[in-house]
Structures are given as structure tokens and as C-alpha cells.
Design a protein around this ligand. Structure first.
Ligand code: FPP
Length: 241
């Protein structure tokens, strides 16, 4: 039997829960922040690899609404990493045709970080080679609550009729407006939870839970997962042909 042609069945949108930075560092007797720093290096490599792997949209879970429960030192360290990533990668992302956008509730974030986020989003808005979406202070339930509030306000002001609220209308209020749904969600580190990630958007996504800790996640590993994805039979609720 001829090998299955995987070229047309690559996922266009891959979403990743980057888990295991802390364990990676602890296993080596290093502070957790060293693991996050190594994780940020992996982010750069994976972003660079995506266009050649046929991935047009990459969405990364960098900080959840629950991550504020970590130590102040770790939270501040992560926030500093996000700022540094934007500052240091801005030129490269622009030159490589990457559009960078953010999802999540920005209001509790530090003003300087918010300014950097707004700036890079504007600067890269016209890029089309890869859309990199980074979730910071993101939670799927929080996103749905914010969407419901905005929708309720529009309904109360007469801007939308309750009967006009359908799936497409609700999607217009989500942080991910304009992004296609993820085809594949990957979680590293062996945990098999979705942890409040893209709850609405992942309704038909395929999942891959892999034991690799995020700092060890290479472009070659991503490529292997994409090959496996190509062999899956996605039916979206229908029967196979
Ligand atoms: C989860 O691992 C990882 C995070 C909460 C942070 C993810 C952040 C990065 C990869 C760094 C930079 C990101 C960007 C976009 C520049 P964990 O700390 O929960 O690991 P553990 O479960 O082993 O403790």
C-alpha cells in the first residue's frame, strides 16, 4: 500500500500547553526560573520551525489566570521574560513575517509590558507567514465571562438582539476573534489535563499529551507529532466517507 500523503493533512493551527519548565530545572538542582529561561529559548526555536512544517498559526500558553498563585519571584521573573522576549525578538519576528498577538486579560499586567504587547501587535499586524498568539493571564472561563459581559452590555444598549446571538456572534467577542480554531493541542510534561486552555476553540481539536518536558521539546519532536496527526481520521461529528 502506498504511504499516506501527509502534505495536505498537516494541522494549520497548533496550540501548545508548555508544561514542565519547573520540573526540568528542579531535576538539575536549579531554580525554577532557569527552566522558564530555557523554555523561552525553545519558544524561539519552535516559532522559527513552524512555517517550514506547514503550521500557519501557533498559540502558546505562557501564563494562566491561575499562575498568579506562584511565588512573587516566579511571577515577576516570568513577566520579565515576556518583556525581554518581545524586546529582543521584535526585529526578527518582523523580518520573518510573524504576526504576534496576545490573548488573555491584560488589565492586571504591568503597564510597561502592556505597552510592549500593544506595540508589537501593531508593528506586526500585517505579517502573514505565521500568526503567533501568546496567552498571558489567559483562562478559557475568564475569556468566556469577559465575552458574555461585553455581549450583555451590547444587548442592553440595543446593539445586538438576543435572538441574533449565535456561535459566530459569540466568537466575535472572544480574544481569539479572527483566528481559526486549533486543529491540534499539544501538552508537554505528561500531564493529561487541558487546564482551562481554549475551552470554546478546542471543541473539535485533536490532543497529544507527551512526556517530554517543555525545555526538551525540539522542532524534530514537533515534526513527529505533526506526522502522527496526519494519520488521524478527523470527522467533526460526521461519519467517515
Ligand atoms: C509551565 O511549566 C510553564 C509556564 C507556566 C510558563 C511558560 C513560559 C515559558 C515557556 C517562557 C517564555 C514564554 C514566552 C512566550 C517567551 P511549569 O513551571 O508549570 O512546570 P512544572 O509543572 O514542571 O512546575
Amino acid at each position: 500500500m502506498a504511504a499516506k500523503d501527509t502534505s495536505t493533512t498537516r494541522p494549520s493551527h497548533v496550540a501548545i500547553i508548555m508544561d514542565g519548565n519547573g520540573r526540568w530545572a528542579t531535576q538539575r538542582g536549579w531554580p525554577r526560573l532557569v527552566g522558564h529561561r530555557r523554555g523561552a529559548e525553545r519558544v524561539k526555536q519552535i516559532v522559527r520551525a513552524c512555517p517550514d512544517l506547514g503550521v500557519k498559526y501557533l498559540t502558546l500558553y505562557a501564563f494562566s489566570t491561575e499562575n498568579w498563585k506562584r511565588s512573587t519571584q516566579e511571577v515577576l521573573g516570568l513577566m520579565a521574560l515576556f518583556s525581554r522576549y518581545i524586546e529582543r525578538e521584535a526585529d526578527r519576528l518582523s523580518a520573518e513575517g510573524v504576526r504576534l498577538r496576545f490573548i488573555g486579560d491584560r488589565r492586571p499586567l504591568d503597564g510597561r509590558l502592556r505597552g510592549l504587547m500593544d506595540g508589537i501587535e501593531k508593528r506586526t499586524a500585517a505579517n502573514t507567514r505565521l500568526t503567533l498568539t501568546v496567552a498571558i493571564n489567559y483562562g478559557g472561563r475568564n475569556e468566556l465571562v469577559r465575552a458574555a459581559r461585553a455581549l450583555a452590555a451590547d444587548a442592553a444598549a440595543g446593539r445586538i438582539a438576543p435572538d441574533a446571538v449565535d456561535e459566530a456572534a459569540l466568537e466575535g467577542y472572544l480574544d481569539t476573534v479572527g483566528l481559526p480554531d486549533p486543529d491540534l493541542v499539544i501538552r508537554t510534561s505528561g500531564e493529561t489535563r487541558i487546564s482551562n486552555y481554549l475551552l470554546w476553540q478546542s471543541a473539535y481539536a485533536e490532543y497529544e499529551f507527551i512526556p517530554t518536558l517543555w525545555p526538551d521539546f525540539t522542532p524534530a519532536k514537533l515534526s513527529e507529532i505533526l506526522d502522527r496527526f496526519a494519520l488521524r481520521d478527523r470527522r467533526f461529528g460526521a461519519l467517515t466517507a
